[in-house]
Write a protein that binds this ligand. Structure first.
Ligand SMILES: O=C(O)CCC(=O)C(=O)O
Ligand SMILES: [Fe+2]
Length: 309
C-alpha cells in the first residue's frame, strides 16, 4: 500500500476492485444516512433556484452546481466517494461535472446508453491522454438523494458491457425536445438506439442488473458501461446526483470554448475542475481553488481527510 493509500479510510477491498473490473460498477455503499441525504436535498432545493453564481447561468441542464452551492462543493469532496474512486482511477483526481437526474411519476425509463468522451453528437468533452489497458478513464458517483427502488427508476446496468462498444458515441444524435420524459428508450430527448453498432442488439436479460438504492447510497460506475434506469411509476420523486471524476491526465473540454447538449449551447468560460485528491502533474486543465461564493476547496479536502482518520 502506498503512502497516499494510507490516508484512504474508505478504500475498496481487492474483491470490490475485482468486482468493478468484471462488472463495470460497484455499490451501493452509504455516503449519507437517510436523514443526512434528506437534509442535503432540502439544502440543495432551497438554493438551486438562485442561479446568480451558477457557472452556466439559467441553463435548464443545471450542471456543475458544486461550483456555487457550498453543500455540493462539500459533496464532491466526500471521502466516502473520493477514496473509492481513487482505488479505481488512481490518486490524482478531478471532479469535472455534477448533474441532477430527477424523475417523477409516469416518466419514461432512461434509455440504454454508453459513453466515454461524452461526445453526445458534438465534440468530445473528455480527451484521454494516457490510457492503461483495462483501466477506466472516467467514473461517475451516482448518489441517491431519495430512494430509488425498481418502481422509482433505480439504475440498471448491462453487467460487463464496459469492455467493448455497443454504441458509436462519435455518431450524430438528434435532439427531440418534448420527448425527454415520455419516450421509452429516450435519453432525455436523444435516442441512443440510433448509435447502436448492431441495430438489432438488445442486452441479454440475464446480464441486466437493477441496483436499488436507499437515500444517501452511492453507486460507482464507468459511463462506458451500458446503463439506464427503470420506469418511474410511483408518486414520490426520485433524485439522483451524479458527480463525475477523471484522472488529471484527462483533458476536460479539449479545444472547445462551448459545447452543445440537449438543445443548449453552453460556454465553458466559467468552468473549472476541482482537484479532489492528489496532485496535478499534467497541467491540462483549469483548476479552481474556491467555489463561486468564495468557499475554498483546499481546507475542505484537508478537513475531510482529517475526519476520515
Ligand atoms: O439517473 C438516471 O436515470 C441516469 C443517470 C445517468 O445516465 C448517468 O449518471 O450517467
Ligand atoms: Fe449516463
Amino acid at each position: 500500500m502506498s503512502e497516499a493509500d494510507d490516508h484512504r479510510a474508505f478504500s475498496l477491498s481487492s474483491e470490490q476492485v475485482e468486482f468493478f473490473h468484471a462488472n463495470g460498477y460497484i455499490g451501493p455503499f452509504e455516503v449519507y444516512t437517510p436523514d443526512e441525504a434528506g437534509a442535503l436535498l432540502t439544502a440543495i432545493r432551497c438554493q438551486a433556484h438562485d442561479r446568480s453564481k451558477a457557472i452556466f447561468g439559467d441553463s435548464a441542464l443545471n450542471y456543475d452546481r458544486h461550483l456555487d452551492i457550498d453543500e455540493l462543493s462539500q459533496h464532491v469532496l466526500q471521502r466516502r466517494i473520493v477514496d473509492r474512486v481513487a482505488c479505481l482511477l488512481g490518486p490524482d483526481l478531478l471532479c469535472w461535472r455534477t448533474e441532477f437526474f430527477s424523475k417523477k411519476r409516469g416518466q419514461a425509463p432512461t434509455g440504454w446508453h454508453q459513453v466515454e468522451s461524452y461526445m453526445v453528437g458534438g465534440s468530445p468533452m473528455l480527451e484521454v491522454t494516457e490510457r492503461q489497458p483495462g483501466m477506466p478513464t472516467e467514473m461517475t458517483a451516482w448518489t441517491s438523494l431519495t430512494e430509488a427502488t425498481r418502481e422509482m427508476s433505480c439504475l440498471r446496468f448491462v453487467r460487463g458491457s464496459h469492455t467493448r462498444w455497443y454504441f458509436d458515441e462519435t455518431g450524430t444524435l438528434t435532439f427531440r425536445p418534448g420527448t425527454e420524459h415520455t419516450e421509452s428508450g429516450s435519453f432525455f430527448g436523444y435516442r441512443y438506439d440510433e448509435l447502436k453498432l448492431d441495430p438489432d442488439w438488445m442486452p441479454d436479460e440475464s446480464d441486466i442488473v437493477s441496483v436499488e438504492t436507499k437515500p444517501g447510497e452511492c453507486i460507482l460506475f464507468t459511463a462506458k458501461l451500458v446503463h439506464g434506469s427503470m420506469p418511474h411509476t410511483v408518486r414520490k420523486a426520485r433524485v439522483g446526483l451524479a458527480a463525475r471524476y477523471v484522472p488529471t491526465s484527462v483533458r476536460v473540454y479539449p479545444k472547445t470554448a462551448s459545447f452543445t447538449e440537449f438543445g443548449e449551447t453552453l460556454s465553458t468560460e466559467h468552468h473549472g475542475n476541482v482537484l479532489v485528491s492528489g496532485t496535478d502533474r499534467f497541467g491540462h486543465n483549469r483548476i479552481v481553488e474556491q467555489n463561486a461564493r468564495g468557499m475554498p476547496f483546499r481546507p475542505l479536502i484537508e478537513e475531510a481527510e482529517r475526519g476520515a482518520d
